[in-house]
Design a protein around this ligand. Structure first.
Ligand SMILES: NC(=O)c1ccc[n+]([C@@H]2O[C@H](COP(=O)([O-])OP(=O)(O)OC[C@H]3O[C@@H](n4cnc5c(N)ncnc54)[C@H](O)[C@@H]3O)[C@@H](O)[C@H]2O)c1
Length: 271
């Protein structure tokens, strides 16, 4: 079961799982798009807004009733708003937290209700490097992802403390991915942080997600060196502040690089 699977990373994860032999239920708030996306992947889809706790429970119960039960629940649905936090209105801040943090909590809760009863299962939460470090320009997004990381790791520890050994929670923390989430952000100064590394393809992240689905790990960052880098910055906040000009320059260079790749005609001849 994958949330936010109509496009972007969610659809790529569903495809990678399908290729790996899983029977995949694709869900998304966009009912038509997810039905279309599911057609080549077994055709099993449901509309689901992750903000709706009862609807998450209904989907989990449906999946639990299939042969093999509910083995894997991927909380992938997410949204991004960029710019300094003071430029977001209250509704935008609320929506980011409701989808990215509370939505994934709804999904985790629904999945764990089934998985704790059946004694096995795996919740895979798509976090972000923004869950490991404060990302300038993506602060409310990063706050929602920090919340998801803390919730996921704390829940995993709670499962072990309760003696539940067969149920796992994993967090996948990728760098920027070239999906519709970033397609309109090539000139957006608020999105610089997403372009400071090597932009990933959804397919590459999906392959890692499918491997993680088979071998749960509490936290996996992609690429690994970026996880180490941002954790270092997180540990030394004054250093991170001093490096903001470097972050800005690296992010702008990354945006230009990607713009040249996707719209070479707009870049003009290279002299
Ligand atoms: N793109 C990146 O750079 C990047 C980097 C790291 C992590 N992520 C995370 O990866 C996940 C997937 O993002 P993406 O890049 O594919 O974005 P995307 O915008 O391409 O796709 C997001 C999908 O989620 C769906 N969705 C939005 N709100 C929903 C809701 N309330 N209920 C159910 N579905 C909903 C959308 O319809 C869409 O199909 C997100 O959690 C995102 O935070 C993205």
């Amino acid at each position: 079961m994958v949330t936010g699977a109509a496009g972007g990373l969610g659809r790529a994860i569903a495809a990678a799982l399908h290729a790996d032999g899983w029977s995949v239920l694709l869900t998304d708030v966009d009912a038509d798009a997810v039905a279309t996306a599911s057609a080549p992947l077994g055709g099993w889809s449901r509309p689901l807004d992750v903000r709706d706790e009862a609807a998450c429970a209904t989907v989990a119960a449906e999946a639990a009733g299939t042969p093999g039960g509910l083995a894997l629940w991927v909380n992938n649905a997410g949204i991004l708003a960029t710019g300094p936090s003071w430029t977001h209105d209250a509704a935008t801040r609320r929506r980011l937290v409701e989808v990215n943090a509370l939505g994934a909590m709804n999904g985790t809760h629904a999945a764990l209700t089934v998985m704790r009863a059946q004694g096995h299962g795996h919740v895979l939460n798509v976090v972000s490097l923004a869950g490991l470090v404060a990302a300038p320009g993506e602060t409310v997004y990063a706050a929602s992802k920090h919340a998801l990381l803390a919730f996921s790791l704390g829940t995993l520890a709670d499962l072990r403390m309760a003696g539940v050994r067969g149920v796992h929670v994993s967090c996948l923390c990728p760098d920027g991915i070239w999906t519709p989430m970033l397609h309109d952000k090539l000139d957006d100064p608020g999105a610089l942080a997403s372009f400071t590394g090597s932009l990933l393809t959804p397919e590459r992240v999906a392959v890692r997600a499918a491997r993680l689905a088979r071998r749960p790990r509490p936290v996996v960052s992609l690429p690994r060196w970026r996880g180490a880098q941002v954790r270092l910055l997180d540990a030394f906040p004054r250093l991170a502040l001093a490096l903001t000009p470097v972050v800005r320059a690296a992010g702008r260079a990354g945006q230009r690089r990607q713009a040249r790749r996707v719209r070479p005609e707009a870049s003009g001849p290279r002299l």
